[in-house]
Design a protein. Structure first.
Length: 249
């Protein structure tokens, strides 16, 4: 179990459903004040009600992660209120079209990269100074096996390429902060989970055969704890292992 997280401040993106919602609820139950970011106001209010019901506290941030200027303003608002950020969970993601690479429309490509890559870069750009101000800043980004599996899945080009770019982004950030700050950066591969995105990608799959976001959430909490020391690694939930990246075979 992770060390005491009470009193820490966390921003969770894509917090209104799926993995983001489960992580927000789990962190709040551990005494973390959760800044919950998502597009849907109603779903965020339902999350807030559930967090309060469990004795936790949250600040709602209705925002599309593609509104990059809003992410800049969010960084300033966090600074003005708390002066630091202890935890960033970059969970918001877009599946995009599952289609031959030559059939992807430019706007579809741009939208997937905006959510999966550029938004996380803008969050780092906005929040890096706040994570460094924490005694143990932790950044966790949700990736996918589509980014690094030895056998590439056909037709998942936009999603896989964007998640591969996210992995490079997170690993670069980890390398830059490893020896000069207390910031630690991890990637998480959830594997197949019972989420709306999974149902969209695999409509014929039996959802009852899959693990849930609630199963994953405590593992993410471990990566957010002050006593977590690894950085630039991948936590693979299906294997329940921390993996190092290696040169291509």
């Amino acid at each position: 179990m992770p060390s005491d997280l009470s009193g820490r401040i966390a921003l969770v993106t894509g917090a209104s459903r799926g993995v983001g919602r489960a992580v927000a609820l789990d962190l709040a139950a551990r005494g973390v004040h959760v800044i919950a970011l998502a597009r849907t106001q109603g779903a965020l209010e339902e999350l807030d009600d559930e967090i309060r019901k469990r004795g936790g506290a949250a600040t709602l941030a209705p925002c599309d992660v593609k509104d990059f200027e809003a992410l800049d303003r969010l960084g300033r608002a966090i600074f003005d209120r708390w002066g630091k950020l202890d935890i960033l969970v970059g969970n918001a993601g877009a599946l995009g079209p599952i289609t031959p690479v030559g059939h992807i429309e430019p706007k579809q490509w741009d939208d997937v990269f905006a959510v999966n890559v550029t938004a996380n870069w803008r969050l780092i750009r906005s929040l890096d100074v706040l994570l460094r101000a924490s005694d143990a800043g932790r950044a966790v980004f949700v990736t996918s096996g589509a980014a690094h599996a030895a056998r590439v899945r056909p037709f998942w080009t936009a999603y896989g390429a964007s998640k591969a770019a996210l992995e490079a982004l997170a690993r670069s950030y980890a390398a830059e902060t490893a020896n000069i700050t207390s910031v630690r950066v991890m990637l998480v591969n959830p594997g197949p989970l019972r989420t709306r995105m999974r149902a969209q990608a695999m409509p014929g799959e039996d959802p009852s055969s899959l693990r849930t976001p609630e199963d994953l959430a405590p593992k993410v909490a471990e990566l957010c704890a002050p006593d977590w020391t690894l950085t630039g690694k991948l936590y693979d939930f299906p294997q329940d292992r921390v993996l190092s990246f290696s040169e291509p075979a």
